[in-house]
Ligand binder design. Structure first.
Ligand code: ADP
Ligand code: MG
Length: 257
């Protein structure tokens, strides 16, 4: 059984792409077959996994706008069990092009229906907005993974985020679930970080992963080398955290079945 998971928070810079890349790579290492689907026009998940954004013939853009076969767009990365469906700069215009199409919220769901069973997990790295690309991602997914940065105003925007999920559930995807909440950029020396963890746990009850992702400069460096953290610096605290998160993620998955 495959599962499609949207990594979503309309705020930018909260750790969506970092969590997508590194959770995906760690799960690949644990033997799961993983696809990272990059639906953010910025394409950071694509380049962060070592794929040159300018050399791809088929991307998520062609799937959405030209109904290209999703199989053609999948690229095998150099990492174990890990594949990418790349983004393209053209995606920035796709949001406008989509507005004139019938059932425009369900194009992605339809476009990837033929590939879903080829993977254990498909992670969709969402853009930092609530536009049609994000709605397509949420409509195509079984669940939502929410990264939250341990910073001032961590919960700001969360009610809007939950509202969006509710709206998508009502109108497009009644079985959409919350997969879990990832606390990112945690700094144990900082009281604020500790307070944020408490607040987020209160708000999301049992949905928050115990594993905290620390603020770790190696995590910020790795994408410029096109490497997941477990390849860039396997001994770093960031690598350790995403390995732990992958194990915790799978524990809940197995419990849920
Ligand atoms: P989003 O996809 O939500 O916009 P990113 O994952 O791109 O967020 O993270 C925003 C920035 O913060 C990036 O430059 C990234 O490298 C950096 N970053 C993310 N997580 C961490 C972390 N745990 N420690 C240090 N830097 C991080
Ligand atoms: Mg991102």
């Amino acid at each position: 059984m495959s599962k499609i998971i949207a990594v979503f928070n309309q705020k930018g810079g909260v750790g969506k792409t970092t969590s997508t890349i590194n959770l995906a790579a760690s799960l690949g290492n644990l033997g799961k077959k993983i696809l990272v689907l990059d639906i953010d026009p910025q394409g950071n998940a694509t380049s962060g996994l070592g794929v040159d954004k300018n050399s791809t013939k088929y991307t998520i853009y062609e799937i959405l706008i030209e109904e290209a076969d999703a199989k053609k767009a999948i690229i095998k990365t150099s990492f174990k069990n890990l594949f990418v469906l790349p983004s393209s700069v053209d995606l920035a215009g796709a949001e406008i092009e989509l507005t004139s199409i019938n059932n425009r919220e369900l194009i992605l769901k339809k476009g990837i229906a033929t590939i879903r069973e080829e993977f254990d997990y498909i992670f969709i790295d969402c853009p930092p907005s609530l536009g049609l690309l994000t709605i397509n991602a949420l409509a195509a997914s079984d669940s939502v993974l929410i990264p939250i940065q341990c910073e001032y105003y961590a919960l700001e925007g969360v009610s809007m985020l939950m509202n969006t999920i509710q709206l998508v559930k009502k109108a497009l995807n009644k079985n959409l679930k919350i997969e879990g909440v990832i606390l990112s950029m945690f700094d144990g020396r900082n009281n604020l970080s500790i307070q944020v963890v408490d607040e987020v746990k209160k708000y999301f009850k049992g949905k928050v992963y115990t594993t905290l992702i620390p603020r770790n400069v190696r995590l910020a460096e790795a994408p410029s080398y096109g490497l997941p953290i477990i390849e860039y610096d396997a001994k770093s605290r960031g690598a350790e955290a995403y390995r732990d998160l992958a194990e915790e993620f799978l524990e809940y998955e197995e419990e849920g079945e």
